[in-house]
Design a protein. Structure first.
Length: 197
């Protein structure tokens, strides 16, 4: 089974990525889940982890942000939080994650993957899972999609969100140019993003 997580920030294009992952997963015969509110939803479990279907991702491509939500999660930075997250995934039979986010999201996903066997051993020791579950869910597979307006990830031409961010910047600059001309003023515009040259 596969689950999707959007972490921390959102950028335009994430909904298109979510839709593509859900529909391809269903096409391939996977049971697909949304994990709402990023890693916080994975730690909290319950209603934050819901099964997705074909129609649950209809009419979302044009929407900004992310329909499944995103949130910072201080709990996931601690091993106890990652232990809760592992238990919640095992309870639903999830062994594959698609993580959409920036550096922090993908670093957290890699740490979670590296610790997975150790987390399962701890859950087995605590009696939270059975030996059969430990063996059945011994591997966690993660696919990371870079969702960042910073466009600062090596190996890709453009990260999810960059094109839309650049388009909005150009629109804003084009709109203010006429005001600058008519008032004979100079405007300085600052945009969000990392300083990269």
């Amino acid at each position: 089974m596969t689950a999707q997580v959007n972490k921390k920030s959102s950028s335009t294009g994430m909904n298109a990525a979510v839709r593509a992952c859900v529909r391809m997963g269903i096409y391939l015969g996977c049971k697909v889940f949304f994990i709402k509110e990023g890693y916080q939803g994975m730690v909290d479990g319950g209603d934050n982890i819901v099964e997705a279907n074909w129609s649950s991702v209809s009419s979302i491509i044009h929407k900004g942000g992310t329909v499944i939500g995103s949130a910072r999660c201080s709990d996931f930075r601690e091993k106890a939080g990652r232990l809760k997250a592992a238990k919640n995934l095992i309870d639903r039979g999830i062994t594959n994650l698609v993580v959409i986010g920036g550096d922090g999201s993908l670093t957290g996903a890699n740490l979670f993957r590296q610790e997975w066997p150790e987390l399962l051993d701890q859950l087995l020791k605590d009696g939270s899972i059975t030996k059969d579950q430990r063996e059945k869910y011994c591997h966690l597979h993660i696919a990371g999609l870079v969702g960042s307006i910073d466009n600062d990830f090596c190996g890709t031409d453009m990260t999810i969100g960059t094109d839309s961010a650049l388009h909005r910047i150009i629109e804003a600059i084009d709109a203010i140019v006429s005001t600058a001309y008519s008032h004979q003023r100079t405007f300085i515009m600052e945009v969000m993003g990392r300083l990269k040259v």
